[in-house]
Design a protein around this ligand. Structure first.
Ligand code: PEP
Ligand code: MG
Length: 578
C-alpha cells in the first residue's frame, strides 16, 4: 500500500505539477531478506507471477510503439527480453526458490540473476557473455514492477498525466528539450534556483524544485508526485486532499491572472508619477509573446547561449541571424538587448567548442574572455547580430567584463564586422549600442573608467552576488550565504547606479532579484529606474511599483545602506508604506 510522504526542497520555478516520477538514475531497490512464513509462500508466488505478466505486457506495449528502423533494431532486443521472461528454466527456478527456500520474490530474482550472470561470465564466446546484460535488464524490469508502490487508483491518474523528472542534476541543454517530451516538472537533489537550468525552467514555465536531497532515495519510478515549485514541497502519493489543493492552485492562478490583467498595458509609474522602465529577459519565442502581451518596453536580456546549448555543433551565421532577427521582429520596434555568448568550460561541452576542462570554470575562460579567445566564433555571432539590427533597434551586451580593455577589443571587432558587412552589400543599422554586463566586482568598482567606453550597462546581480560574496550560485549547500541583500551587495549596487546616473548612461538590473517584488522598493530607493525580468513577473512588479512613492523611497537610501540585517531593511521600508 502506498503511503503519502513529503520531501522538502527549494522552490526554483513557480507553479505546481502533478505527474509520474521518472528517475534519471534507477531507483535503489531495498530487498526484504526475511524468510517467508508458510502462509506467505503461495501469495508470494502469485505476486511474482503477476509481476512477470506485467513485465511481459510492458514489453509488448513498448514493442507496439516502435516503427521503422527503430522497430527492427530495438525490436530484436525486446523480443529477446520477452523470450527470457518466458523461459521456464528462469521462472520455475524462481518459484522453487520461493517454495523450497522460503525466499521473497525480490531476493529470488536477485539469486537467479547472480547464478545466470556467473554462468554467462564463464562462457568464452564474447557475444554470449554480452547477453548477460539482457538478463540484467529483464530481471531489473521485474524487480521494478514488484517494488512499484502505486495503488490502482494512482495508476489510473498516472496513466493520464505526464512525467516529472527526478535526478541529481539536470543540464540546461536537457531542460531545453523537455517540454516537447511531455515533461511537466523537475526535481533535483542538488542545484540552486540561480542555476541556468532553473532560469530556463522558469522560462519554459516548468515547475522545478531543487535541493531535494532525499528525492532519489525515497521516490521510485512511476510514483505519483505533486510538486510545488514555489514552496519547494514534493508530495509523493498525494491524497484526495492534496489534489483538491492542486485544483485550488490552478483556480487561484487563473484569478490572479485576471487581477493582474489591469496592469497589462498600464504605464509603469510609481504613485508619485515616476516612470520606471520594465524590460523582459527572454530565451524562448514564448517569452517574447508574453513580453509584448505584458507591455514590456523591450528585451533587456536575450541570453544567446541557449541557442548554442541545444546542439552538438556551433550554429552558423545564417542560423543565428534568423534567430536574432526573429526576436527583433517579434518586438516590433522595441529595443532588443542581445547578450553575446556567455559560455564557460562548465557549459561548453555540448556546443562543439573544444574547451579544456578547468578546475574553476566560474573564474575561468568564460563570457567575453572566451569570446575574445575564439575571435572567429565571436565574429560570426557579432555579424549575425549586426545583420539583425537592420530589422529594429538592437543593443549588444557583453557578459563578464572585468576591464575597459575588453570592451575596447569588442568594439574593434564589431566595427570591423560592420565594415565587412557593409562592403559585402548587407544592410545594417547605422547605429547600434554596445553595453557591458556589470557582474564582476572589479568592473563595478572600476565602473567610472569602464562607463566611458559603453553606451549602457546591465547589472547582473546573479553573478555579482556570487563573486562579491565568494558564494557559488549553483551550490545549494551555501544557500543561506547567497544573499543579494547583503549590505556589501547593496552598497555596490547603489554605487553602480549612482555612477551610471552621473554619466547619464542607462542602467538596468537583469538578475533574478529584478523579478522579486520584495526587492522592488529597495532597488528603487537605491535609484534604479530600469528592471529586466522574466515576463511572467512583469505585471507583479508593475503592481509593486504602482504602490510605491518614489520620492519617499529615495530619501530612505542612506538608512537602507546602514541596515545590517533583513529585519532592519524591512523596518526602514515599512516607514515608506503609502
Ligand atoms: C546575472 O549574472 O545576473 C545575469 C543576468 O546573467 P546570468 O544569470 O545569465 O549569468
Ligand atoms: Mg551572469
Amino acid at each position: 500500500m502506498s503511503s503519502r510522504f513529503v520531501i522538502a526542497g527549494t522552490g526554483a520555478a513557480r507553479g505546481m505539477a502533478l505527474g509520474r516520477a521518472r528517475l534519471l538514475r534507477p531507483s535503489q531497490i531495498r530487498l526484504d531478506e526475511r524468510p517467508l512464513a508458510e502462509n506467505e509462500v503461495e501469495p508470494e508466488v502469485e505476486r511474482l507471477r503477476a509481476a512477470l505478466l506485467h513485465a511481459r505486457e510492458e514489453l509488448k506495449v513498448l514493442r507496439d510503439k516502435l516503427h521503422g528502423a527503430l522497430a527492427r533494431e530495438v525490436g530484436e532486443f525486446i523480443d529477446a527480453h520477452s523470450l527470457i521472461l518466458d523461459d521456464p528454466e528462469l521462472t520455475e527456478g524462481l518459484y522453487t526458490l520461493i517454495r523450497k527456500g522460503r525466499y521473497r520474490a525480490g531476493v529470488a530474482l536477485k539469486m537467479q540473476r547472480d547464478r545466470l550472470a556467473a554462468a554467462f561470465d564463464a562462457i568464452d564466446d564474447p557475444y554470449f557473455r554480452s547477453r548477460r546484460e539482457d538478463i540484467d535488464h529483464v530481471i531489473g524490469r521485474v524487480q521494478t514492477v514488484l517494488h512499484r508502490d502505486t495503488t490502482p487508483a494512482e495508476r489510473q491518474i498516472a496513466s493520464r498525466v505526464g512525467t516529472i523528472l527526478v535526478g541529481d542534476a539536470i543540464a540546461p541543454a536537457e531542460v531545453a528539450h523537455l517540454t516537447e517530451h511531455g515533461v511537466l516538472g523537475l526535481v533535483t537533489t542538488g542545484g540552486s534556483p540561480l542555476s541556468h537550468s532553473a532560469i530556463l525552467a522558469r522560462s519554459l514555465r516548468l515547475p522545478m524544485v531543487v535541493g531535494a536531497r532525499e528525492a532519489l532515495e525515497r521516490i521510485a519510478d512511476d510514483d505519483l508526485l505533486l510538486i510545488d515549485g514555489g514552496s519547494g514541497e514534493i508530495v509523493a502519493h498525494p491524497t484526495a486532499q492534496d489534489l483538491i489543493r492542486y485544483r485550488q492552485f490552478q483556480r487561484e492562478l487563473a484569478r490572479s491572472f485576471d487581477q493582474l490583467a489591469r496592469f497589462k498595458h498600464a504605464p509603469s509609474l510609481t504613485a508619485d508619477g515616476i516612470h520606471i522602465h520594465l524590460f523582459a529577459n527572454a530565451e524562448m519565442p514564448a517569452d517574447l509573446a508574453q513580453a509584448r502581451a505584458c507591455g514590456a518596453e523591450g528585451v533587456g536580456l536575450y541570453r544567446t547561449e541557449f541557442l548554442f546549448l541545444q546542439r552538438r555543433e556551433l550554429p552558423d551565421e545564417e542560423e543565428q541571424f534568423t534567430a536574432y532577427r526573429n526576436v527583433v521582429l517579434a518586438m516590433a520596434g522595441a529595443p532588443v538587448t542581445i547578450r553575446t555568448l556567455d559560455l564557460g568550460a562548465d557549459k561548453a561541452d555540448a556546443t562543439g567548442l573544444a574547451l579544456a576542462a578547468e578546475p574553476n570554470p566560474a573564474l575561468g575562460v568564460r563570457g567575453v574572455r572566451l569570446a575574445l579567445r575564439w575571435p572567429a566564433v565571436f565574429a560570426t555571432q557579432l555579424r549575425a547580430i549586426l545583420r539583425a539590427s537592420a530589422f529594429g533597434p538592437v543593443r549588444v551586451l557583453v557578459p563578464m567584463v572585468t576591464n575597459a580593455g575588453e570592451i575596447g577589443e569588442v568594439r574593434v571587432l564589431i566595427e570591423s564586422c560592420a565594415r565587412e558587412l557593409r562592403s559585402s552589400g548587407y544592410e545594417i543599422a547605422d547605429h547600434y549600442e554596445l553595453g557591458a554586463m556589470i557582474e564582476v566586482p572589479a568592473a563595478a568598482i572600476a565602473l567610472p573608467t569602464i562607463i566611458r567606453h559603453v553606451d549602457f550597462i546591465a547589472i547582473g546581480t546573479n553573478d555579482l552576488t556570487q563573486y562579491l560574496l565568494a558564494v557559488d550560485r549553483n551550490n545549494d549547500a551555501l544557500g543561506e550565504l547567497y544573499d543579494p541583500l547583503h549590505p556589501a551587495v547593496l552598497k555596490l549596487l547603489a554605487q553602480i547606479i549612482a555612477t551610471a546616473t552621473r554619466a547619464k548612461k542607462p542602467v538596468t538590473l537583469c538578475g533574478e532579484m529584478a523579478a522579486d517584488t520584495r526587492c522592488t522598493p529597495l532597488l528603487m530607493a537605491l535609484g534604479l529606474t530600469g528592471f529586466s525580468m522574466h515576463p511572467s513577473s512583469l505585471l507583479e512588479v508593475r503592481q509593486a511599483i504602482a504602490a510605491c512613492d518614489h520620492a519617499r523611497l529615495r530619501k530612505l537610501a542612506p538608512r537602507l545602506l546602514r541596515a545590517q540585517t533583513k529585519a532592519a531593511l524591512d523596518r526602514v521600508l515599512g516607514d515608506a508604506k503609502i
